[in-house]
Design a protein around this ligand. Structure first.
Ligand code: FMN
Length: 188
C-alpha cells in the first residue's frame, strides 16, 4: 500500500488550495493509496530561528511533522502563490523539517527519496504556476523526486471545485496526471 502525506500552504478558511488538495487526496484514494493530512496552521510553528533551535532543539511539532513525513512514501502539496513564491507557512515548515533532530540523524531524512505532486490554485490566469517552479527547485535540491506534471489551476473559485465535473475538466485531468505520477514514481 502506497502512503501519501498531504499538506496545504494556505491556512485560510475556504482556501482554494485546500479544496484542490482535497480533490487530489480523493484521487489518490481512488488509485489505492492511503492518504494522511497535516494541517500546517495547527502545528503553530515559530518562524525558523537558529538561536531558538540551538537553545531548545526542534519544536515537538516539527518532530511530529518529520515523523509523519518519514512514514509516507510521498507528498501531495498544494500552495497558493504569493508574489510568485510558495507561502511562508509552507516554506517555514519545510525549513524546520529539513533540520536534523539529533546528531546521528541522517540529514534530510524526511525528504530523501520521497516523491511529491505539486499543485496550486489561484483566481489569476497562471494558477500559481510560477510558485510551483520555485517549489519544485527547492524540493529537488533536498532530494525529493517531483512529479513532472505541475497542476496549476487558474481562474479558480470555490464553485470550480464543487462542480461534480471538475475531475473530467482539463484541470481535473492534469491533477489526475500529477497524482498518478506521484504514485508511480514511488520506488517499490
Ligand atoms: C500576499 C499575497 C500575494 C499574492 N500573490 C499572488 C501571485 O503572485 N500570483 C497569484 O496568482 N495570486 C496571488 N495572490 C492571490 C492568491 O492566489 C489568492 O489570494 C488565493 O486565493 C490564495 O490561496 P488560498 O485561497 O488557498 O488561500 C496573492 C495573495 C496574497 C495574500
Amino acid at each position: 500500500m502506497k502512503t501519501l502525506l498531504a499538506f496545504s500552504g494556505s491556512s485560510r478558511n475556504g482556501s482554494l488550495n485546500t479544496l484542490l488538495l482535497e480533490q487530489a487526496e480523493a484521487l489518490a484514494g481512488s488509485l489505492g493509496a492511503t492518504v494522511a493530512t497535516v494541517d500546517l496552521r495547527e502545528l503553530n510553528l515559530p518562524l525558523y530561528d537558529g538561536d531558538l533551535e540551538a537553545a531548545n532543539g526542534l519544536p515537538s511539532a516539527v518532530l511530529d511533522l518529520k515523523e509523519a513525513m518519514k512514514e509516507a512514501d510521498g507528498f501531495l502539496i498544494a500552495s497558493p502563490e504569493y508574489n510568485s513564491f510558495p507561502t511562508p507557512l509552507l516554506i517555514n515548515a519545510l525549513d524546520w523539517a529539513s533540520r536534523s533532530g539529533h546528531g546521528d540523524e541522517v540529514p534530510l531524512s524526511a525528504f530523501t527519496g520521497k516523491t511529491a505532486g505539486l499543485m496550486s490554485a489561484s483566481p489569476g490566469a497562471l494558477g500559481g504556476l510560477r510558485s510551483l517552479w520555485a517549489l519544485r527547485t527547492l524540493l529537488q535540491n533536498i532530494g525529493v523526486v517531483v512529479a513532472p506534471t505541475l497542476a496549476a489551476v487558474g481562474g479558480a473559485n470555490a464553485e470550480l471545485f464543487a462542480d461534480e465535473h471538475f475531475l473530467t475538466s482539463s484541470n481535473g485531468r492534469r491533477l489526475q496526471k500529477t497524482v498518478e505520477e506521484t504514485l508511480s514514481l514511488i520506488r517499490p
